[in-house]
Design a binder for this molecule. Structure first.
Ligand SMILES: Cc1cc2nc3c(=O)[nH]c(=O)nc-3n(C[C@H](O)[C@H](O)[C@H](O)COP(=O)(O)OP(=O)(O)OC[C@H]3O[C@@H](n4cnc5c(N)ncnc54)[C@H](O)[C@@H]3O)c2cc1C
Length: 478
């Protein structure tokens, strides 16, 4: 039996029944059946609580014909990984460790990393982490990976005070343990450096894979009609609408069905640079570098990126990242690629007001930022999870990795990528002869995910969630 230990989770093989349809050869496809079911059975989600898309839309997805590859797996297989965030990169790295070649495709124009976004605004430059802010490492395997990044100088411990800020300026520092980590030059440079010493990984960026087609025993990938290569297996290392569209007619109904069940929150990010340090009346040095905000409708997190990334000696412009609550973003959601000016102005004003409320400052007293940028993360964080490290369909030779399979943070994304890489490498080693042993996660149920609006930080749960003994707390503005 296959069995991968991950914290308290075990990857267990699922039973694959007779495939619905055989595609992927040079032979013409058989005509579609009228009311196909999956593996000749009724879909497994019947009567099941579903935390994602509607049952109807999942049923529609499951009605796709299943691709089944029958060609032998070559001795030197190559994997196409669609998505160059933490999960896709970790998957590529660990495939290489197992001697498997891959190509990572990513849409990023400025760099890899996806939601490990760092924005650098010239000429000063102003630097902001505008999605992932910091991370913790609770799993020994991930902690080992982070140790390597520390030694390479890619990450360091964030020593600055972080805590919980209650509306009105009531601040509770969080304990300094467990350690929190940040990219030395921001989050994105970690992602851009991860593959620098690899030899078996090719990166294609910016590239938006828009079609997956099984043909002649291989997956053919393309970007708006332009061929991007053929692969023995594929990894979907992204999620949201884009993944649903890509998988919609791919011939991977079970993979597509699981992806459709995923629900995602939205978050607005406001990047603001101030000429002078933010002040609180009566306070000397500003009392924190990062804070989870409570009781304010528009703000869930605020962090001084200049202090975080450049330390206390920096006296240049003061760059802050403010992140909204998911509830506020849900109520003020617009297409993220095309934010109307009026919405951007409204959200910016509401978030700056929220900062004043959080800090307990009089209305209108916050210093005016000289630079602002507003961005909507329309598919920010997963709110439900199948709680399995990875998903793999051995008949279609396709897998999924991503944060949402285990949680909502960078650690989950990395562990998911590692797990899928090892699983696929084992599958390749088996020569593909016993597919039923390698099917995982194709029918797991989803459960809701809890945590902060910007993710889960084991050991740094909200005081209200854990009911920990109250830390020393104080009122900022008096
Ligand atoms: C506002 C915000 C704050 C957060 N704060 C924290 C935090 O403080 N700590 C923490 O640990 N986590 C945080 N997170 C969560 C963390 O960022 C994610 O868990 C993690 O980055 C997810 O990695 P991933 O590889 O699963 O997905 P992603 O990072 O989303 O990577 C997917 C990649 O695939 C690419 N892609 C998509 N479609 C295609 C396509 N068709 N072709 C090619 N490429 C494609 C995307 O461009 C992207 O680069 C935060 C997230 C957000 C949005």
């Amino acid at each position: 039996m296959l069995c991968y230990f991950h914290s308290s989770l075990f990857l267990q093989p699922l039973k694959i029944h007779k495939p619905l349809t055989i595609v992927c050869s040079t032979q013409p496809k058989p005509p579609p059946r009228k009311r196909p079911t999956v593996d000749g059975q009724r879909p497994a989600f019947r009567n099941r609580k579903n935390y994602g898309a509607s049952r109807r839309s999942i049923q529609k997805t499951l009605k796709q014909e299943q691709v089944t590859f029958t060609t032998p797996i070559p001795d030197d297989p190559i994997v196409g990984i669609i998505g160059g965030g933490m999960a896709g990169l970790a998957c590529a790295l660990y495939l290489e460790k197992r001697g498997v070649r891959s190509t990572v495709f990513d849409t990023g124009v400025h760099g890899l990393g996806g939601r490990m976004g760092t924005r650098i605004v010239d000429p000063q430059p102003l630097i902001f982490d505008h999605a992932a802010q910091f991370f913790t490492a609770s799993d020994p395997q991930f902690a080992g990976l982070v140790q390597g990044w520390l030694e390479q100088g890619l990450v360091r411990e964030w020593q600055g005070t972080i805590g919980e800020l209650e509306v009105g300026g009531h601040f509770v520092p969080l304990p300094s343990s467990p350690p929190r980590y940040i990219g030395v030059n921001g989050m994105r440079p970690i992602a851009d450096s991860l593959l620098s010493q690899t030899r078996m990984i090719n990166v294609e960026r910016p590239c938006w894979i828009s079609k997956l087609e099984p043909f002649n025993g291989m997956w053919h990938l393309s970007e708006n009609g332009k061929p991007c290569g053929k692969f023995d297996a594929i990894v979907i290392a992204h999620n949201g609408k884009c993944a649903n569209r890509l998988l919609g007619s791919s011939g991977l109904p079970l993979i597509a069905g699981q992806m459709k069940r995923l629900e995602l929150s939205s978050i607005w990010a406001l990047l603001a640079a101030f000429e002078d340090p933010l002040q609180i009346p009566g306070e000397g040095a500003f009392p924190f570098e990062g804070a989870f905000v409570r009781g304010v409708d528009s703000i869930s997190w605020m962090a001084n990126n200049t202090k975080k990334l450049q330390g206390s000696h920096s006296n240049g412009p003061h760059c802050w990242t403010f992140l909204s609550t998911t509830a506020y973003a849900k109520r003020n959601k617009v297409p993220q690629e095309n934010i109307p000016n009026a919405t951007a102005e409204k959200v910016k004003a509401a978030m700056l007001l929220g900062v004043e409320e959080a800090l307990g400052l009089p209305k209108g007293s916050l210093q005016k930022p000289f630079y602002t940028r507003i961005q909507l993360w329309g598919a920010a964080l997963p709110t439900n999870t199948p709680g399995i490290p990875c998903i793999f369909d051995p008949l279609g030779r396709a897998g999924i990795c991503g944060d949402w399979l285990l949680g909502s943070n960078l650690e989950s994304a990395a562990l998911s990528g590692i797990s899928l890489a090892n699983h696929m490498a084992d599958y390749f080693q088996s020569s593909g002869g016993r597919p039923e042993e390698f099917a995982v996660g194709l029918r797991n149920e989803f459960q809701p995910l809890r945590g902060h609006d910007i993710g889960q930080f084991p050991g740094l749960e909200s005081q209200t969630q854990t009911q920990m003994p109250t830390q020393q707390s104080y009122q900022l503005a008096t």
